[in-house]
Design a protein around this ligand. Structure first.
Ligand SMILES: Nc1ncnc2c1ncn2[C@@H]1O[C@H](COP(=O)(O)OP(=O)(O)OP(=O)(O)O)[C@@H](O)[C@H]1O
Ligand SMILES: [Mg+2]
Length: 260
């Protein structure tokens, strides 16, 4: 499918989500409004428990009981679908299947066309030589590349990434950031990346969405208008990092300020 045929724009309107816990309730998300352009790379940051995974799960169609709307292209999201791919912190590969079988898992048949698609995806993530390996024979970074290939095999309009590099060591993490950038530049899939790592958010995103903690609301959206690949030590990069940290500390310090 050509990029022109996709409509990977995402519109979220008035999204609210609460969970019932025992006799009480937790408001996980409140008043979320977001408009994401086709092919845009959005990073989402926010403190633990602020509703980031809940937001991605709603967009993936894995949650119900919320109010508001999520539209991908011209379709309203009402359940899971192949137009969205998701990648989690842990790779979630099936250990008894080979790399190529894992990647092919979401495809219907084992036609020559399917085999070609699998080969192409493995090439895209740089794992052509590991098609017959099993997940336990891979490093963490390699396994996550397989998860990326698997998520991309159906050419989704939107890729949802929930802390995909959170379990990797610092150097592998940086390599994987470069890798996802390269893949995005080839595929131009709309990307929604949740991360705890502010540098990662700035390095990758066209915009960084900052969520406030419970209930999760959009606190600020910081555009990152720097050419790629970005230099993490450049003056502009450091300024944006400072700006985002200030938002965080402002919030994190509130309870202490009251206690003094
Ligand atoms: N199935 C559930 N039942 C009840 N409460 C839930 C459920 N899932 C999430 N929550 C609550 O909703 C809030 C948001 O959770 P969520 O997992 O979306 O946060 P998060 O921002 O992804 O956190 P983290 O950064 O730690 O991954 C939390 O208060 C959590 O306890
Ligand atoms: Mg989470």
């Amino acid at each position: 499918m050509g990029v022109a045929e996709r409509n990977g724009s995402l519109v979220i309107e008035e999204l609210h989500k609460k969970f019932h816990v025992g006799a009480g309730e937790v408001i996980a998300l409140r008043d979320i409004n977001l408009q994401i352009r086709e092919g845009e790379f959005i990073s989402i940051v926010g403190s633990s428990g602020c509703g980031k995974s809940t937001l991605l799960r709603i967009i993936a169609g894995l949650e119900n009981g919320h109010s508001g709307t999520v539209r991908l292209g011209d379709r309203r999201v009402s359940g899971p679908g192949l137009d969205r791919g998701m990648i989690f912190q842990e790779h979630r590969l099936l250990p008894w299947l080979t790399v190529e079988e894992n990647v092919a898992f979401a495809l219907n048949g084992r036609t020559p066309e399917d085999k070609r698609l699998v080969r192409e995806q493995l090439e895209l993530v740089g794992l052509s030589g590991f098609a017959r390996a099993h997940p336990h024979q891979l490093s963490g970074g390699m396994a996550q590349r397989v998860a990326i290939a698997r998520a991309l095999i159906n050419q989704p309009k939107l890729l949802l990434l929930d802390e995909p590099f959170g379990a990797l060591d610092a150097l592998t993490r940086i390599q994987m950031q470069q890798e996802i950038l390269r893949i995005w530049e080839v595929e131009r899939t709309t990307m929604l990346l949740v991360t705890h790592d502010i540098d990662e958010a700035i390095y990758l995103g066209d915009r960084v969405v900052i969520l406030s903690s419970r209930p999760g609301t959009v606190k600020r959206i910081v555009p990152v208008e720097l050419p790629r690949p970005r230099d993490r030590s450049s003056y502009e990069f450091v300024q944006i990092r400072k700006e985002i940290y200030t938002e965080f500390f402002h919030e994190a310090e509130k309870p202490f300020a009251y206690a003094i």
